[in-house]
Design a protein around this ligand. Structure first.
Ligand code: NAD
Ligand code: GLY
Length: 364
């Protein structure tokens, strides 16, 4: 027998900056030119964001003598699929994007996830820059390198870890969002308060009116804290072996609720319901206290986010759906649960806590 070892143990620096700066959108082309990141830029976006910001961004690249092309697809989660990914890749191939190219993801989480996945696989990997334009994308999806598309079997099942080269956040782009999209981002921001930052939680309790008035200072504050928290977690556990699981608070029950509603309940609303349901389990298990759970419910009420599992949903269906979730291990349901506002429970050095089905049934 001949045995040849391929030695690939190496440390790779994938660090990047998240720039949060009002008006930065206009400055991005010159910044990328200065960095010498590439020669040709594929600006991947959806048609709504294209008309709001894409055309101006493309002109900025052109003014800086940087070759670029907008590749835009219709907005919506239903388009975050393999067909759209293939269509984007075909556009890039036809327009001769090669290894010296850069992907620009301009938009919400749908654009960021699909453009990131294109970047992960096109010519075996291109650098990409995230320019998030929704609150969800600013505080969550643009950071951490999870890229994916959905399939008929579930959301985000096909994808790759591929960290962006940089993230640029311009709070001005959030001013064209509607309240529903702000609520979607608030659900994730409230989650950060519970899992990691009691001060952020208190800030949200006292300043919800400012967020819904699109106050730039308040928005910038929650974006900055959201980015810091996500960055700290990803730095310690990029591939979700333990700590990163805390970002899934509310998502185990939340995904089941979202799925069983046939996606009529939005992700933000579903995870709010999920955080309250999982919080109730934490109280039932003696990990958390009821007083703080009630504070969480009150905060969701302030944000007009729902907190109750819809009556038409059956406990067994919720349990069966959770077992199929990619977060479950060998069919056993796992959740992350709070210990106090600002800290998650750790049992036997693990944040992922196995939950008995009978307890979930009783709680629902
Ligand atoms: P989205 O990308 O569908 O955007 C929501 C809507 O807002 C779209 O219609 C879009 O066209 C519009 N829009 C975007 N920016 C706008 C702006 N500035 N003004 C007006 N309209 C604007 O949804 P989302 O909530 O941003 O992201 C949800 C997606 O993110 C899901 O697919 C989810 O799986 C993914 N996600 C990924 C991660 C991750 O770590 N990769 C984390 C959280 C969520
Ligand atoms: N949104 C969950 C994560 O990035 O891990």
């Amino acid at each position: 027998m001949e045995e040849i070892r391929v030695n690939l143990k190496k440390t790779e620096d994938k660090s990047y900056n998240i720039v949060i700066h009002e008006g930065v959108l206009k400055e991005i082309p010159s910044k990328l030119k200065e960095a010498g990141l590439g020669h040709k830029f594929a600006i991947i976006t959806d048609s709504t964001v294209e008309s709001l910001y894409g055309t101006d961004l493309s002109e900025g690249f052109t003014k800086n003598d940087l070759e670029n092309k907008i590749i835009s697809f219709p907005p919506g989660e239903q388009n975050k699929n393999r067909d759209t990914k293939a269509w984007i890749e075909d556009q890039m191939l036809e327009n001769k994007f090669a290894r010296d190219s850069v992907v620009i993801a301009l938009g919400g989480g749908v654009v960021g996830d699909i453009a990131g996945y294109v970047a992960a696989s096109y010519t075996r990997g291109l650098p990409y820059v995230q320019i998030p334009t929704t609150l969800v994308a600013c505080v969550d999806s643009s950071i951490g390198g999870k890229t994916a598309v959905d399939t008929a079997h579930g959301k985000n099942l096909i994808g790759a870890f591929h960290q962006p080269w940089a993230v640029y956040i311009d709070v001005n782009t959030l001013l064209t969002l509607n309240d529903k999209e702000i609520r979607e981002g608030l659900a994730e921001t409230i989650k950060y308060g519970v899992i990691s930052d009691d001060e952020l939680f208190s800030f949200l309790e006292g300043n919800m009116h400012l967020i819904f008035s699109y106050d730039k200072k308040a928005l910038t504050h929650i974006i900055k804290r959201g980015c810091q928290i996500k960055a700290e977690v990803v730095e310690k556990d990029e591939k979700e072996s333990n700590l990163r699981k805390i970002l899934n608070f509310g998502h185990t029950i939340g995904h089941a609720v979202e799925n069983l509603s046939e996606y009529k309940i939005s992700h933000g609303a579903a995870i709010s319901i999920g955080m309250v349901a999982e919080g109730k389990l934490a109280v039932e298990m003696g990990l958390w206290n009821e007083e703080e759970l009630n504070k969480l419910i009150k905060l969701f009420n302030k944000a007009s986010l729902p907190t109750q599992i819809p009556e038409y949903m059956d406990a067994n269906d919720i349990i069966d759906t959770m077992k199929l979730d990619k977060k479950s291990r060998s069919g056993q349901i796992e959740m992350v649960l709070p210990k106090r506002i600002g800290e998650m429970a750790l049992i036997d050095k693990s944040y992922g806590i196995k939950i008995e089905e009978s307890l979930i049934e009783k709680m629902i």
